[in-house]
Design a binder for this molecule. Structure first.
Ligand code: NAD
Length: 457
């Protein structure tokens, strides 16, 4: 039984307790929102260039503590050191990018007879950010930093398993000179602190990243207050590999193994043109055999453990011992390990081929031609990400247009850049984060008409 007043953070690679942290109650959330409302009024009155200067200073402080933040992420989330360093750098870079946005939050001047018509982007007020455990630091940053740059206060609730880097970021914000209570982090349970944040009438918007099931509930609760919501939810992304592709690059197993597969953008449906299916199987088998799963704090490790025993049970439920599969290896002993796996005989309508597994497991599915590839790629309630591999430029463009997903890459497996928009189609979400419009998602547009009519002659 978990203690309702406390969160226990475990190191997923050793199962040792890293820290215990008080869990916020509904009353704690309400008090934090009162403080945030006050802090936001002062912050919105700070000149944009000064807000930008403070956020750049915050970026400098994050940079100075990047290694410490990375090592904390290794311990609380089992991320490999290489990934965790990238994540700390991503938080810093997003701060710098969002800081520039504060100075460029431009309205428009619209022709109107009898006067001038101008628009303003005004901050919403207090923004509630609810983050998952799979990328605790970047996702906390994506929801919070553009909101701060646009003149809002933020109350962030990290996931139960991973509150530590978020708490550290909030402390670094104070060290950098951001006003007190402007960026508050409240670790707590989803069904108490999370719900309290969603239901609070003075929280003007919710940014939720997590499962589609919880996202649906968050949206329903927001609807009662007509509260805007950004949802970043699950995925079951396709990797569409045509026969003319560079198979070694296209079948890079890190397209689904990064972060031990606990990645909403993981390309877990490997769709391969049937004429090269046998070759693809060989390439994947060799690649999986070469993957070393192990201690995430070791610089050379590229795949660490799953987040928890519960997550490992869930992943295991999709991979019966006798399932036809290509299998890599994983350590024994303490830690939530699972071997990289590609299921090779699933039907497109099987549970493993349709549901988000959120572990190092992909399914290999053949397709006949371009039309069949697009049909299979779109045969999912999700639409977050995906890759298309072919040397035929026309086909790459046609398939990119036809696949209904928010973040596609052609002859690449990349998904996330802080300067390009990120978000899902269908049940993968609502709204976009990052990119050039990140700040406007945290503003209301106000239109003001100013009459130029003089006094009646
Ligand atoms: P989750 O939905 O269980 O929890 C996410 C967060 O919501 C946690 O902070 C949790 O405490 C909180 N929460 C739980 N119940 C709540 C409620 N009733 N009201 C308010 N808050 C509540 O998800 P998870 O298991 O932590 O994360 C994994 C999921 O996140 C996967 O489905 C993954 O695809 C998704 N994800 C999506 C993106 C994206 O950008 N689209 C990115 C990362 C992860």
């Amino acid at each position: 039984m978990s203690d309702p007043n406390e969160l226990t953070v475990l190191n997923p690679a050793t199962e040792e307790i890293v820290a215990t942290v008080p869990a916020a109650s509904e009353e704690d959330v309400a008090a934090a929102v009162v403080r945030a409302v006050r802090a936001q009024r002062t912050w919105a009155a700070v000149a944009p260039a000064d807000r930008a200067r403070l956020l750049r200073r915050f970026a400098d402080v994050v940079d100075a503590h990047a290694e410490e933040l990375a090592r904390l992420e290794v311990r609380e989330a089992g991320h490999t050191l290489g990934n965790a360093r990238w994540e700390a750098g991503n938080a810093r870079d997003l701060l710098l990018y969002a800081a520039g946005g504060a100075e460029r939050l431009l309205g428009r001047q619209i022709p109107a007879p009898g006067g001038w018509d101008v628009t303003f982007h005004e901050p919403l007020g207090v923004v509630g950010v609810i983050a998952p455990w799979n990328f605790p630091m970047p996702i906390a940053a994506w929801g919070s930093f553009p909101a701060l740059a646009a003149g809002n206060a933020v109350v962030l609730k990290p996931a139960e398993a991973t509150p530590l880097t978020a708490l550290r970021l909030a402390a670094l914000a104070l060290e950098a000179g951001l006003p007190e209570h402007l960026f508050q982090v409240l670790p707590g349970y989803g069904t108490t602190a999370g719900r309290a944040l969603v239901d609070h009438p003075d929280v003007a918007k919710i940014v939720f990243t997590g499962s589609t099931r919880t996202g649906r509930e968050v949206m329903e609760r927001c609807a009662r207050l007509v509260k805007p919501v950004t949802l970043e939810l699950g995925g079951k992304s396709p990797n569409v590999v045509f026969a003319d592709a560079d198979l070694t690059a296209a079948l890079d197993p890190f397209s689904f193994l990064d972060n031990c597969g606990q990645d909403c953008c993981a390309r877990t449906r490997v769709l391969v043109q049937e004429s090269v299916l046998d070759e693809a199987r060989d390439v994947l088998a060799d690649a999986l055999a070469a993957v070393v799963v192990g201690d995430p704090a070791d610089e050379k490790t590229r795949v660490g453990p799953l987040i928890s025993a519960r997550q490992r049970e869930r992943v295991r439920s999709y991979v019966p011992d006798d399932a036809p599969a290509l299998r890599g290896s994983a350590p024994d002993g303490p830690g939530f390990w699972f071997p990289p796996t590609v299921l090779t005989a699933e039907r497109p309508d099987s549970r493993a081929a349709r549901e988000e597994i959120f572990g190092p497991v992909a399914v290999l599915l053949p397709f006949t031609d371009e039309q069949d590839a697009v049909r299979l790629a779109n045969d999912t309630p999700y639409g977050l990400s995906g890759s298309v591999w072919t040397k035929d430029l026309g086909r790459a463009l046609r398939v990119s247009q036809a696949v209904r997903a928010g973040n596609l890459s052609v002859n690449s497996h990349s998904s996330v850049r802080y300067w390009t928009p990120f978000g899902g189609f269908k049940q993968s979400g609502l709204g976009r984060e990052l990119g050039p419009d990140a700040l406007t998602a945290f503003t209301e547009t106000k239109n003001v008409f100013i009459s130029t009519e003089g006094p009646a002659q």
